[in-house]
Design a binder for this molecule. Structure first.
Ligand code: FDA
Length: 300
């Protein structure tokens, strides 16, 4: 990115919250559970599955984590009561990973028990690199206790991912593969776009060869094409994979994937804590510089 654009991008942090909120609407279902239910009902009717996410992360107070767990419980009950085709995505730092790993473990376990009762599934999102090891450890612990309805995420930008995947393949893990949304030091992560893409392709092949169920989470045409190619070459069945995309991003691409007969899941975040998530999405939007300039200089 050009330095001037980088400068403009950093101005995004200075925008007043109501302005940011206007742009954020595109990426989040709303602030309440009913908003997410409405969105998932609509996308189900368009032949897409959902994964609902109660927004929030980096929680440092136990009571807040417990409140988030209760909200997620409500999500699981609502998915069942409304007959929605959706599972749940969670972030461990919302459930207390940074407070006490044991506390976080029991919070996730509680949700998994409820999800199991509904024959539903929980996916642990992957956060920044400080959480990778404890996230994978917690995942492994719960799997070894028999929770098959749990999946995790691998980030193609992380140099360690190849090793992590080798281990996860031996557990037949259900993996969402994404590029990685967090800026990490070059010592531990690829920073170059092409390198990340190439690593994504490599990891995807490893996972599919290893007979893992893969959620190909990307909006990148190149990677979607690679996914299509592997599906054909390896004669994959619908039960072997799905595509995943974020709510509010590239709706034409997602409609095309569905029209081509593939299973597609949309990540549907909702809740009061929309700011941090929306910021990550803005920064990935190629149009963001234009939006920021417009927000800074024009009022409509
Ligand atoms: P890339 O960023 O190159 O985007 C490809 C194209 O998509 C762009 O050229 C643009 O056209 C469009 N696009 C992408 N983002 C856009 C945006 N915000 N607004 C408008 N257009 C946009 N990361 C992580 O670290 N941990 C996780 O758990 C997850 N979970 C996750 C779930 C799902 C379902 C998805 C799709 C993604 C994630 N991610 C994630 C995020 C992921 O790591 C990555 O940051 C983004 O998906 C952007 O990468 P792409 O592969 O889309 O490529």
């Amino acid at each position: 990115m050009k330095p001037v654009n980088q400068l403009i991008l950093s101005a995004i942090e200075l925008l007043p919250k109501p302005v940011v909120k206007r742009f954020a609407r595109r990426y989040i279902a709303g602030e309440e559970l009913v908003d997410a239910i409405r969105v998932v009902t609509a996308i189900n009717s368009q032949n897409m599955m959902g994964t609902m996410d109660v927004l929030g992360e980096s929680v440092s107070i136990r009571e807040e984590s417990l409140a988030a767990v209760r909200e997620c419980e409500e999500v699981l009950h609502s998915i069942n009561n409304n007959h929605l085709d959706s599972n749940l995505s969670i972030k461990l730092t919302q459930f207390g990973l940074r407070i006490d790993e044991g506390f976080c473990y029991s919070n996730v376990k509680r949700l998994l028990e409820i999800a199991s009762g509904y024959n539903n599934f929980v996916r642990i999102d992957m956060e920044d690199s400080s959480t990778t090891t404890p996230t994978l450890e917690l995942y492994e612990r719960l799997r070894s206790e028999g929770f098959e309805n749990l999946g995790v995420v691998i980030q193609a930008n992380m140099r360690r991912s190849e090793n992590d995947i080798q281990h996860l393949i031996s557990m037949k893990a259900n993996i969402r593969l994404c590029k990685g949304a967090y800026l990490e030091p070059e010592t531990i992560a690829f920073r170059d776009k092409e390198e990340i893409r190439l690593n994504y392709v490599k990891l995807l092949k490893m996972l599919l060869d290893g007979k893992c169920y893969v959620g190909m989470a990307t909006h990148d045409d190149f990677l979607v094409d690679v996914g299509y190619r592997y599906i054909q070459e390896m004669n994959l069945q619908k039960s072997d994979y799905e595509f995943q995309m974020l709510y509010g991003v590239r709706s034409k691409l997602r409609d095309q994937i569905v029209a081509d007969g593939h299973r597609l899941r949309l990540y549907v975040p909702f809740g009061q804590h929309w700011y941090v998530y929306s910021m990550r999405r803005f920064k990935e939007n190629p149009q963001v510089v234009r939006y920021v300039l417009r927000a800074l200089f024009y009022r409509d």
